[in-house]
Design a protein around this ligand. Structure first.
Ligand SMILES: [Zn+2]
Length: 420
């Protein structure tokens, strides 16, 4: 896809960038934040084509110290703390270097991760035989494709992120920068300063992982993002399994972005056939089929909400630089928008339906068909609907039909987990 994620036995890391001398940030420039002073970008970072991308002439980019160039016995760089944020590595003892993750995060958050129960388990094994391959697409760059039939609920692959960084740029003196340069140039400075921070994270990667990271798509080449920030913005996954502080903030400001080697190659569709879970104990993203996938089909994940009309999906995809051409976008109508906006509420009538199944079975069958038409069989509502239909046929004394929908429910319930 265009957004978007590595192994070599004991590969020795080589810094992509020469380690600069540890100097103090230049006057007037931003630096990495102290935890108590975190500030997000003033306004959202630019996207699309930004005509004026020149930094102010009087702004001097910061210089960040590279981590200690010496490595620990396990071949990874030592932790490196800069003003409250820790550059660190998650690596299994004796595990493949390709499974290493480089992180930039608050020290208490790292502590929460490494002290979680069962940490650090091996990455779960994918299905056998392998069920996917990364290949070129005509119009989406690289993509992931099924190499055999995959059944709903099946694990396709699992992997540790290449890199984990804060979701928001964290700079201590953003308000002064905005006051001095205005929001437009202020944002350009924030993005340039954050790029300097990200360079240190990327320089700590194994050569193999760094090559995989830098090969990912970048849809942010004309908005002021540096090459690393552009890749992060294009390819990031998130998880609510770890964040700074005791609770997840409504604006997701305390969340983190993960960039994956394979997962980040999965392209977008509003008709997704793949979903993922993040497993903290193995620190890995586990990708599963959320509907039956035929051999040769491309794997898709939805980068936008799926319960909104096409116009809203379009605006949510714009920051990724994506113009979706899925069947649901190309053939969108007021009726299909209505299905998307209302399907989650329609299942609320389940109890009423089961009370009087003969009068209502058509409602449930119509909901199921609408979800199929929109390619939304992976939604929890679909499994709920299958269960309701099977119950209605049971009440109606039609055991054969009941069993058909019960069997389909059992398959989709692997994902929905409505009951044991
Ligand atoms: Zn679409």
């Amino acid at each position: 896809m265009k957004r978007g994620f590595l192994n070599s036995a004991k590969a020795r890391k080589q810094a992509l960038y020469p380690a600069p001398l540890p100097t103090a940030p230049s006057q007037g420039s931003a630096s990495v934040a102290c935890p108590k002073q975190q500030l997000e970008l003033a306004g959202k970072p630019h996207h699309g084509k930004v005509e004026n991308r020149e930094l102010p002439e009087d702004h001097t980019p910061s210089s960040l110290p590279m981590s200690d160039s010496t490595m620990q016995s396990n071949g990874v760089y030592k932790d490196h703390v800069v003003k409250g944020l820790t550059f660190t590595t998650i690596a299994s003892d004796g595990g493949p270097a390709a499974d290493n993750t480089e992180l930039l995060l608050e020290a208490p958050t790292k502590q929460k991760i490494v002290s979680s129960p069962g940490f650090l388990k091996p990455v779960p094994k994918p299905s056998d035989p392998a069920s996917y391959a990364v290949r070129s697409t005509p119009d989406m760059g690289l993509g992931c494709f099924a190499t055999r039939a995959i059944e709903a609920g099946e694990i396709i692959f699992a992997e540790r992120p290449l890199l984990v960084v804060p979701r928001s740029c964290r700079l201590v003196n953003s308000s002064q920068i905005v006051a001095r340069y205005g929001i437009h140039q202020g944002n350009l400075i924030f993005m340039a300063e954050w790029e300097k921070v990200l360079e240190v994270v990327v320089a700590r990667m194994t050569e193999e992982n760094r090559t995989a990271f830098m090969a990912l798509a970048n849809n942010h080449k004309e908005d002021g993002s540096g090459p690393i920030l552009g890749i992060v913005r294009t390819n990031a996954y998130s998880t609510d399994k770890f964040f700074d502080g005791p609770v997840r903030l409504a604006n997701d400001e305390n969340m983190y972005s993960s960039i994956l080697k394979i997962g980040s190659r999965i392209n977008h569709s509003c008709r997704p056939n793949v979903t993922y879970d993040f497993d903290l104990a193995s620190f890995s993203y586990i990708f599963k089929a959320e509907k039956d996938i035929a051999a040769g089909e491309q794997l898709f994940y939805s980068y936008c909400k799926i319960n909104v009309p096409v116009s809203v999906r379009k605006s949510q995809l714009a920051p990724y630089g994506i113009v979706c051409k899925c069947l649901s976008c190309i053939n969108a109508t007021p009726a299909s928008d209505k299905i998307r906006m209302e399907f989650e509420n329609r299942i609320d009538d389940t109890v009423k339906w089961i009370m009087n199944p003969r009068a209502n079975i058509h409602h449930a069958l119509k909901l199921r068909q609408d979800l199929i038409d929109e390619g939304l069989e992976g939604q929890r509502t679909y499994a709920c609907c299958l269960y309701a239909i099977s119950m209605m046929y049971k009440v109606m004394g039609e055991p054969i039909k009941r069993q058909i929908f019960q069997d389909e429910f059992n398959k989709y319930n692997r994902l929905a987990k409505l009951r044991d």
